[in-house]
Design a protein around this ligand. Structure first.
Ligand SMILES: Nc1ncnc2c1ncn2[C@@H]1O[C@H](COP(=O)(O)OP(=O)(O)O)[C@@H](O)[C@H]1O
Ligand SMILES: [Mg+2]
Length: 284
């Protein structure tokens, strides 16, 4: 039986579920804390105990991404691959790839200075949704409803010195029901989907949205398969909105997907599908 390793920085319910399932399936299973692992240019695969495949589950996106680069340097099979993590971790890269691969996605504008961003807003009209290109749980995702709000947000960014604050990601406000859809794709198979219903603008489960079971229609399935291919496949959380005008649109793909909400309403066993996929992808 292949040995499965789960790399973490904080053990959430999801990492516990993955560990328990891997053990239940009969795999020798190891949890590795990325925070206390050291790697060098001289490191070799057999200096470590990463097993036959690593499932990278760090909460910190940058920690996980850089750790993944090291694993690939050591020739340790890792899910997701570095390229996939990079494509999904940055919303601008994701939007570009989705569009390039003809996956319906909201119209999105990119600008690289506050002046250019404000010009787009004045030209396209309010509201537009501003998002940090890297981030999750809805953090920093805001509807800009008028010039005053836009000025305030731009000013805050100008005062800060974050490396990503000069990258402006502005998206059309999609007219949709008070919910969106989260689907999980594993190796190109859509294994679970839910509606996330919320009274607020953002429908993240982390912000208290309610998970409701969602049927995986052929349309939803085809869309998710195309979206998964666009970013390079793997274990993915695909966020979809029901646009009144254009039907289903993909607005985000998550790299280390949380699934404790979805596990409550899903018919298939999510951690089981993930472990089985990781193992088969490593042997192939
Ligand atoms: N363009 C949009 N129009 C309407 N609602 C949006 C739009 N973009 C995001 N939202 C809402 O905000 C939530 C968070 O946005 P998302 O892009 O998924 O960022 P995060 O990575 O933080 O989850 C979405 O799940 C959705 O409910
Ligand atoms: Mg999201």
């Amino acid at each position: 039986m292949p040995k499965v390793c789960i790399v973490f920085d904080r053990v959430r319910v999801e990492e516990k579920m993955l560990e328990e399932k891997a053990i239940e399936l009969g795999h020798d299973t190891k949890m590795i804390d990325a925070k206390i692992t050291q790697i060098s240019t001289e490191s070799k695969k057999n200096n470590f105990d990463f097993g036959d495949v690593v499932i990278e589950r760090c909460v910190s996106y940058f920690r996980g991404l850089h750790f993944t680069a090291c694993l690939e340097f050591l020739d340790v099979p890792v899910v997701n691959k570095f390229e996939v993590a990079n494509n999904c971790g940055n919303k601008m890269l994701t939007s570009l790839l989705l569009k390039k691969h003809n996956v319906p996605t909201p119209k999105t504008y990119f600008a690289f200075s506050s002046e250019a961003a404000l010009e787009i807003l004045d030209k396209e009209g309010y509201p537009l949704v501003i998002k940090p290109v890297i981030g999750s749980w809805g953090r920093g995702v805001m509807p800009l409803k008028d010039r005053d709000t836009a000025d305030a947000i731009v000013e805050v960014r100008e005062l800060s010195d974050g490396p990503l604050d000069r990258i402006y990601y502005l998206q059309e406000m999609v007219k949709r029901p008070p919910r969106d859809i989260r689907a999980i794709a594993v190796g190109g198979n859509v294994i679970a989907a839910m509606y996330r219903t919320s009274r607020g603008f953002k429908t993240n489960i982390a912000l208290g949205a309610e998970p409701i079971s969602c049927e995986i229609t052929k349309e939803l399935e085809d869309l998710c398969i195309k979206a998964s291919q666009a970013v390079g496949g793997g274990i993915l959380g695909i966020d979809i909105m029901e646009d009144e005008k254009h039907g289903l649109v993909v607005h985000e793909i998550n790299n280390t997907v949380e699934f404790k909400g979805l596990a409550k309403v899903a018919k298939r066993n999510i951690p089981k599908e993930m472990i089985e996929y990781a193992v088969t992808s490593a042997i192939r």
